[in-house]
Design a protein around this ligand. Structure first.
Ligand SMILES: [Zn+2]
Length: 530
């Protein structure tokens, strides 16, 4: 059996320290579930001592079933001069209560005396005490040696002493961190070799690096080649400053190039979808030329490349794009992405035979919508409805007659007031309702529910959890198209829907209608036992 590389994802903690990246609680739960399905071994959910939202996340996922992933909470060693059981940060970790905890301690003497303002000996005691205390409360304790590589370069004896303190206290893994991200692969290799001479052969080591020299992926791969089996990083490399090590590149590097075990090989085909899913929820544009998963990663434009690659893909492709869920694109004459649709359809339990008119119809519809600016990553519910509509399986639950939204700015405190009226036909009856809301979309949502809840009482359990807007062509300013992504939930499941229009209200309406139809369709299928 080959070595197994364990992946520790910190998108939900270190990733959110990246500029412009933030996730709602629902986003975090959805990402954690998606990472679990991918086969990630550890998911760091947040820093409960620093942020009440993070504590709520841990409460929310307590009792949730994760197939592979172990949830981890992040925090620091105890403060100087207090006992672990009196330290509020350590108590918050215990209260969060996941099976795994990761604490960071200082490795660099300068940080101990200048940032922490304590003595070098007290810092070593803080590391040992904190690890020993947490071992009583957690199944697994991971120690992050913050600034390890910089600390080692400045005061090697002291950096090693802090690491040995965590080891002696019984930490399950010692993670060497390049916190400032300034290291280069040859330095990482040299230092890991030195560290190995000073810790027990059986002590597991890990790596956590940042991307300030654009070497985070290279540094992680170099660490793996030195025998390190625990790698930390984030999806798409999101993270502070220039980001963390990008797991979306590291995972295929480790599996396809180094031939080591990591996530299940069948899940590797999910990689592009997971990358897109996280970028949609982060409301960040996907990086077109992202290695392995970007739109351009297997796009061939030059005439000679195109003809060669069509005859024999190995001529200009380093791996088969399907291995990571991507596909070849030929830019002179776009080839259909039909196999992708089939793959997606299978995921949703819809069996489309490659040769049927059904698959052609779905594909045509998909292409037309994508040309309009629709995108279905993060909007699985809309994609499922698209397939059902194309197959003629979805009967409308209601029909729109008209809607109207008024936004009235009054010369009083309290801001503008939104009011929506909706006329819809439900089961042959014309319903005409009006409602106010804190914004136009909120008012529309209220008015539509008012019309529908009498007929479909199960809609009462459904809530809109999140709302994201993206302008599709920034150069046109307010004249551009708008894409709206709505996340809804009913306590059992959360789902995403999408709408695209020239008008933000119309785009929101489409996403809103999909969200309601998805809920009704799913409940109907469940009660029919399908
Ligand atoms: Zn970090």
């Amino acid at each position: 059996m080959s070595r197994e590389i364990k992946v520790y994802d910190t998108t939900l903690r270190d990733g959110t320290q990246g500029e412009g990246v933030s996730f709602s609680m629902e986003d975090k739960v959805r990402i954690a579930q998606r990472l679990d399905a991918l086969g990630i071994h550890y998911i760091e959910g947040g820093w409960p001592g620093s942020n009440p939202k993070d504590l709520r996340f841990f409460k929310r996922v307590q009792g949730a079933v994760f197939k592979t992933a172990r949830i981890s909470a992040f925090g620091s060693t105890r403060r100087p001069g207090v006992r672990p059981q009196e330290d509020s940060n350590l108590q918050a970790l215990v209260e969060a209560g996941p099976p795994v905890v990761t604490i960071f301690g200082k490795s660099w003497d300068l940080h101990v005396t200048h940032a922490l303002g304590t003595t070098l000996d007290e810092n070593v005691a803080m590391i040992g005490d904190s690890v020993a205390y947490l071992l009583k409360h957690f199944e697994e304790v991971i120690y992050d040696a913050e600034h390890f590589f910089d600390g080692f370069k400045k005061n090697r004896e002291y950096a090693l002493k802090t690491l040995r303190a965590a080891e002696a206290a019984g930490a399950h893994c010692l993670v060497l961190c390049d916190t400032n991200g300034g290291g280069l692969p040859h330095e990482i290799v040299e230092i890991i070799r030195e560290v190995k001479k000073h810790v027990k052969a059986e002590t597991p080591l890990g790596i956590h690096v940042h991307n300030d020299t654009e070497c985070a992926v290279a540094n992680t791969v170099a660490a793996v080649s030195e025998g390190i089996n625990h790698i930390q990083g984030t999806i798409n490399g999101y993270g502070e400053r220039c980001g963390n090590a990008n797991l979306v590149s590291i995972i295929p590097n480790v599996m396809l190039k180094m031939r080591l075990d990591c996530i299940p090989s069948a899940s590797l085909r999910e990689l592009r979808d997971v990358s897109r899913f996280v970028s949609e929820l982060a409301n960040r544009k996907p990086w077109t030329s992202q290695p392995y998963v970007g739109d351009s990663a297997f796009a061939h434009k030059g005439g000679m490349h195109v003809s060669a690659v069509l005859k024999h893909p190995d001529t200009y492709e380093h791996i088969s794009p399907e291995a990571v869920g991507n596909h070849r694109r030929v830019l002179v004459s776009e080839l259909s992405g039909k196999s992708n649709v089939l793959w997606k359809a299978r995921e949703y339990g819809i069996d489309l035979d490659q040769a049927t008119p059904d698959s052609r119809r779905i594909l045509d519809r998909l292409k037309a919508l994508e040309d309009e600016g629709f995108q279905f990553e993060g909007a699985e519910a809309s994609f499922e409805l698209l397939m059902e509509r194309a197959l003629g399986r979805l009967r409308p639950y209601f029909e729109l007659d008209a809607y109207r939204v008024i936004i009235e700015e009054q010369n009083t405190s309290g801001g503008p007031v939104s009011e929506a009226t909706v006329r819809v036909r439900v089961k042959g009856i014309l319903e005409h309702t009006a409602a106010v809301g804190n914004g136009p979309v909120n008012a529309l949502d209220h008015a539509l529910r008012k019309a529908l809840e009498e007929f479909y009482p199960n809609l009462k359990t459904m809530q809109l959890l999140d709302y994201k807007v993206r302008i599709l062509d920034e150069s046109k300013g307010t004249g551009a198209k708008t894409r709206v992504l709505i996340t809804s939930g009913d306590g059992e499941e959360t789902w995403g829907t999408v709408g695209v229009a020239d008008n933000i209200i119309e785009a929101s309406w489409q996403a809103l209608v999909d969200s309601i139809e998805y809920k009704l369709r799913r409940d109907e299928r469940r009660s029919a036992g399908r």
